[in-house]
Design a binder for this molecule. Structure first.
Ligand SMILES: *Cc1c(COP(=O)(O)O)cnc(C)c1O
Length: 376
């Protein structure tokens, strides 16, 4: 039996809620299920406003517009991330300034940020890799000192905390993903933008509604709606929201079930530390959501052999990001500030093991046996 890297989570009530949405008079965005999901996030994060979007990519694009990123502005972020983290800002004409990551968490090295700031810097974008929080205390104070936006790419970080506070509630804006590879999905694709500063709430609604003040029209604040700003159609359908609503009700169970599997991996594979294999490090002041379980091997050659070895046993292990600064578009639109001490070498060593909601114990054991056999 083939063990895939991921299986999209299905918790049981998705069809029930989708049926309910189909029976209701509104299938377009901003309907009853969308409102329930948004209220869930607003309550959890204590956000001023949470807006569902078609993807985390779209949420980041909205954040770039709201932060008023202009051609020539600079945005600081790690190079070890998904393309959308950078693309959203490049679309507005920004230059991306990549800084190195920390080898322990694979997150941006907060001690290198300040040196990368120039008069053109507008924002720091942090990525909580695998749902493990970046060092938000120092990052927030650097941003405050230099009057910069902090934008959280919290795509992987649903239900995670830093010093007891939920990731996604620190930055002025934060972006979540409900892609099928994430812990909670909205039927394959989906996202959310959390707006944590009142001053941006009204414009966020306008940008999501094609640049119109339609949201105010529905609230009865204006008697007709018109084109007032740039914008796009950043609304998901009620079918996606209905699916997501089923998953949000189970968010804690999904997280705990994944954590069980993660802990079994961690405990069973800790013996490999003697052989130079590195396991994920979770700082004490962070709570993660078991989004990813990875190993770091000797180098890219060993990793290739490892992935092939598992594939022969019908187990799918995968590597992750190729650093953006080494990609064609990354070279064109960005620059790496300082030394690439860790980004490239660590990304070449990292491999992710299969991990999904309701992974069977027998599957986890098969993966563990195969991994141990490779290193025997
Ligand atoms: C998944 C992911 C995204 C993109 O999410 P989509 O919903 O597919 O647009 C962006 N950033 C990070 C860090 C991700 O893991």
């Amino acid at each position: 039996m083939f063990i895939p890297f991921n299986k999209p989570p299905v918790t049981g009530n998705e069809l029930l809620f989708i049926n309910e949405a189909i029976q209701s008079p509104q299938l377009s965005g901003n309907g009853p299920f969308s409102k329930k999901c948004e209220a869930w996030f607003e309550n959890h994060l204590k956000s001023e406003r949470a807006l569902l979007t078609p993807s985390c990519t779209h949420s980041l694009e909205m954040a770039a517009i709201l932060a008023d990123i202009q051609p020539g502005d600079e945005v600081i972020m790690p190079s070890y991330t998904f393309v959308s983290t950078a693309n959203a800002f490049v679309l507005r004409g920004a230059t991306i300034v990549f800084v190195d990551i920390r080898p322990d968490t694979m997150n941006i090295d907060e001690t290198l940020i300040e040196d990368a700031i120039t008069p053109k810097t507008k924002a720091i974008v942090v990525v909580h890799y695998g749902g493990v929080g970046c060092e938000m205390d120092s990052i927030m104070s650097i941003a405050q000192k230099h009057n910069l936006f902090v934008i959280e790419d919290a795509a992987q970080a649903l239900g995670c905390t830093y010093n007891g506070k939920l990731l996604g509630s620190f930055g002025t804006f934060s972006a979540y993903s409900f892609h099928e590879t994430k812990n909670c999905s909205s039927g394959g694709e989906g996202g959310l933008l959390a707006v944590n500063d009142k001053r941006f709430v009204e414009r966020a609604d306008i940008i999501r509604e094609k640049g119109t003040n339609r949201a105010n029209f529905f609230k009865g604040l204006v008697d007709k709606y018109t084109w007032v700003d740039i914008g796009s159609s950043y609304l998901p359908s009620e079918l996606q929201s209905a699916y997501l609503w089923a998953q949000l009700q189970m968010e804690e169970s999904i997280r705990n079930k994944r954590l069980e599997t993660w802990n079994v991996y961690y405990n069973s594979l800790s013996v490999l530390k003697e052989k130079g294999v590195q396991l994920p490090e979770i700082p004490n002041h962070t709570r993660h959501n078991a989004h990813i379980f990875y190993l770091k091997l000797k180098n890219i050659e060993e990793r290739t052999r490892f992935i092939q070895f598992l594939a022969k046993k019908d187990i799918m292990a995968v590597f992750h990001y190729v650093p953006l600064h080494s990609s064609p578009a990354g070279k064109l639109h960005g620059r790496f500030h300082g030394n690439d001490q860790w980004t490239t070498v660590e990304s070449e060593r990292l491999v992710r093991l299969p991990l999904y909601y309701n992974m069977e114990n027998t599957e986890t054991e098969r993966v563990i046996d195969a991994v141990l056999e490779f290193f025997a």
